[in-house]
Write a protein that binds this ligand. Structure first.
Ligand SMILES: [Zn+2]
Ligand SMILES: [Zn+2]
Length: 349
């Protein structure tokens, strides 16, 4: 094994550098993982462009990356259930297991959570866009031999979407809309389909992602860049029971509240701008809308790995490009170009 590691480290807006440093001795109880693959997430792109996402602001150099898979190469001390040579999907969350939300089983709301590659806490926790990185044994979920690291890395965004689908409650027979046809929107559509949604409409403001949504099985798509008359006409014919707001924009949330049926459910998954944003909140009252947040995931991570290993969800169908980890800055720029990118995945070489 080499004695050096390199990591895609963010210093400020558009300032992502590959920083090499010596490997530190592994902390007792931790596992060292050699990078196999890493998905570039919308939040990585937000960090890259603005050095912040939502209310999380980068205040010191941050290694990006939380959709990761790789090979266990070293273990310090005893590590239950993990051995050197294991190929694993890495859950970026470390839950404390003893706070109120953890005891309620709402692990994603853990008060003491550490989440890789996130500026939600200071000091920030380094992410996994690094040739070697550390994790706890509990973060490592073994993958089947036939599963690629590229597919395993996408367990994380799939888990986000399985959680969002669960937050919507029983989706069987529900007429469902997804606002935003990026990777999370598309995986939410697939998760909603698996959960029994009867009818899936996908909305975006760009044609390329919508064409992708159609290929992945959307019943209909609307490009609302020129207005939402078509969407409203559709809602008038057959009202929408559930809307997943994935765009993370004030306009998207307003659109979701506007389009959902009376008594319907809106699930907010997209990371909205921090601070206060204008929304037609009175409609939440007047239409008795249930507005529900959906943040990350809990044990859905294990389910996501299982679904990928079983071939039940074709996550690789979203991948539009692969780039080596050492080209992370260029890969992030490519990912930002929605006319050609859905999901960009970093690979070891
Ligand atoms: Zn992500
Ligand atoms: Zn906790």
């Amino acid at each position: 094994m080499t004695s050096m590691s390199f990591a895609a480290t963010l210093f400020g807006p558009e300032d992502l550098r590959i920083i090499e440093r010596p490997l530190e001795p592994l902390t007792e109880g931790m596992v060292r993982i050699r990078f196999g693959a890493g998905g570039i997430c919308g939040s990585d792109m937000h960090y890259f462009r603005h050095a912040r996402t939502g209310d999380f602001v980068v205040t010191s150099p941050l290694v990006l990356g939380h959709e990761i898979a790789g090979e266990v190469v070293e273990i310090a001390g005893a590590a239950q259930g993990v051995k050197v040579g294991d190929r694993v999907a890495v859950n970026p969350s470390r839950w404390c297991g003893h706070c109120g939300p953890c005891r309620e089983g709402r692990l994603n709301l853990c008060e003491n959570i550490y989440f890789m590659g996130s500026a939600s806490k200071t000091p920030h926790m380094a992410g996994g866009f690094a040739s070697y990185f550390e994790a706890t044994p509990a973060q490592c979920v073994k993958i089947a031999d036939h599963v690629s690291y590229q597919a395993a890395a996408l367990a994380e965004p799939l888990a986000v979407c399985l959680h969002a689908a669960a937050r919507a409650g029983d989706l069987r027979g529900k007429r469902t809309v997804v606002f935003g046809a990026g990777p999370i929107g598309l995986l939410t559509m697939l998760a909603a389909r698996r959960a029994g949604a009867a009818d899936l409409t996908v909305v975006d403001i760009a044609p390329a992602p919508l064409a992708f949504a159609s290929r992945l099985g959307a019943d209909r798509v609307f490009d609302i860049s020129g207005g939402d008359d078509g969407l409203k006409a559709q809602a008038a014919v057959a009202p929408f029971d559930v809307v997943f707001e994935v765009s993370g924009t004030a306009a998207g949330l307003a659109g979701a509240i506007g389009i959902v049926r009376r008594g319907g459910i809106v699930v907010q998954i997209g990371n909205l701008p921090g601070g206060q944003i204008p929304t037609p909140s009175n409609a939440v009252m007047a239409k008795e809308i249930e507005l529900r947040g959906s943040f990350r995931f809990s044990l859905e991570f294990m389910t996501a790995v299982e679904l990928i290993c079983d071939g039940a969800v074709d996550v690789l169908g979203l991948v539009t490009a692969e780039r080596p980890l050492s080209s992370a800055p260029e890969a992030l720029r490519l990912a930002l170009d929605r006319s050609q990118s859905v999901k960009v995945v970093l690979t070891a070489h």
